[in-house]
Design a protein around this ligand. Structure first.
Ligand SMILES: NC(=O)c1ccc[n+]([C@@H]2O[C@H](COP(=O)([O-])OP(=O)(O)OC[C@H]3O[C@@H](n4cnc5c(N)ncnc54)[C@H](OP(=O)(O)O)[C@@H]3O)[C@@H](O)[C@H]2O)c1
Length: 292
């Protein structure tokens, strides 16, 4: 939401705090923000680049998702080898040592020749010392089969929350890739509709902010039960549920925080620390049951 509902000064504040807390991984994509305003195409990556240059940072680990040719929320993209290699050159030159992962963003193709060419571009990225990744892939099985020729170690971004998960679609990669959960708040769902602000993400994305989510009552009961255990920080929001759900899920090597304000970053970092320190397996088990 950088450059859309999150202004540049807030992005800088978020990056300052995140970096100071010792975190280094940052996710981006050529088409962020996806706000359908052509003039904002590549705005989010430019905010990130400005911050990197202003602080002369050399040790960020940026994951850049590529292939989209606009930010109009259409599936239109270009995954030709030549285009991917051009982007690889451009991002290596812009981000320098801060570029860590080169990731394909959205692919609905089934045709093997084109997919093989995209994998050839990723293999070149690997030769140049980058990690490689996939995101929004409609037919992961074809990628898995063709990857027998390349043996790329993929990182895979998958939507994974208590309302919806794409993890099962990537069955061909289960146990064989590092999954990274995104959309853990289902785009900004709140337990109490009174918490939606005028600039709430869910509202900006066209979601329903007028009514309580149908699962709210069940979630409140799960939170109450989890908090009765005591001896650990309480679980108090949809975001905490999303973090706990992703953190305990199989194959997840990372979680993408989509925080839109500093208080949310502090809250998410502190609950993440609680997840690493205390057991919340009971909470995960209850949430998992809710998804079945
Ligand atoms: N690979 C892909 O195709 C793909 C797709 C989507 C996203 N992503 C990546 O994943 C990131 C996160 O995605 P997302 O924005 O869909 O994530 P999300 O976690 O589902 O939604 C983010 C929204 O949740 C709310 N939120 C976040 N932290 C909170 C907290 N601590 N307390 C209360 N509310 C909180 C904020 O909404 P309010 O502003 O309304 O408070 C925030 O804008 C993106 O920035 C992007 O890097 C990747």
């Amino acid at each position: 939401m950088w450059g859309w509902t999150v202004p540049r000064a807030t992005c800088f504040d978020l990056l300052d705090r995140f970096y100071r807390a010792g975190f280094r991984e940052v996710d981006g994509a050529t088409n962020y923000p996806i706000n359908k305003k052509p003039e904002d195409f590549r705005k989010a990556e430019n905010i990130l680049l400005e911050w990197i240059k202003a602080h002369e940072v050399q040790d960020l680990k940026v994951m850049m998702k590529v292939g989209s040719v606009n930010n109009l929320r259409t599936p239109e993209n270009n995954l030709a080898k030549s285009f991917l290699l051009m982007l690889l050159d451009e991002y290596r030159s812009e981000f320098g040592p801060n570029l860590d992962t080169f990731m394909i963003h959205w692919d609905n193709r089934q045709e093997e020749k084109g997919i093989r060419e995209s994998l050839e571009a990723l293999a070149i990225a690997r030769e140049q010392g980058l990690r490689t990744g996939l995101s929004g892939i409609k037919h992961p099985g074809i990628y898995a089969r063709l990857n027998q020729e390349f043996s790329l170690d993929f990182r895979i971004q998958a939507k994974h929350n208590i309302l919806q998960s794409d993890y099962s679609r990537y069955q061909a990669f289960h146990g064989r890739a590092g999954f990274i959960a995104y959309g853990i708040n289902a785009g900004g769902v709140k337990l109490d509709p009174g918490q939606y602000r005028a600039d709430s993400s869910l509202r900006a994305r066209g979601g329903n902010v007028a009514e309580e989510h149908p699962l709210t009552e069940k979630l409140q009961a799960i939170l109450k039960e989890a908090n009765q255990r005591g001896g650990r920080p309480p679980v108090s929001s949809f975001n905490h549920c999303g973090l706990a759900f992703a953190c305990h899920s199989p194959d997840m090597e990372g979680i993408l925080l989509g925080v839109s304000r500093p208080e949310q970053l502090e809250d998410s970092m502190s609950f993440f620390e609680a997840l690493r320190t205390y057991g919340y397996q009971d909470l995960y088990d209850s949430l998992k049951k809710l998804t079945e």
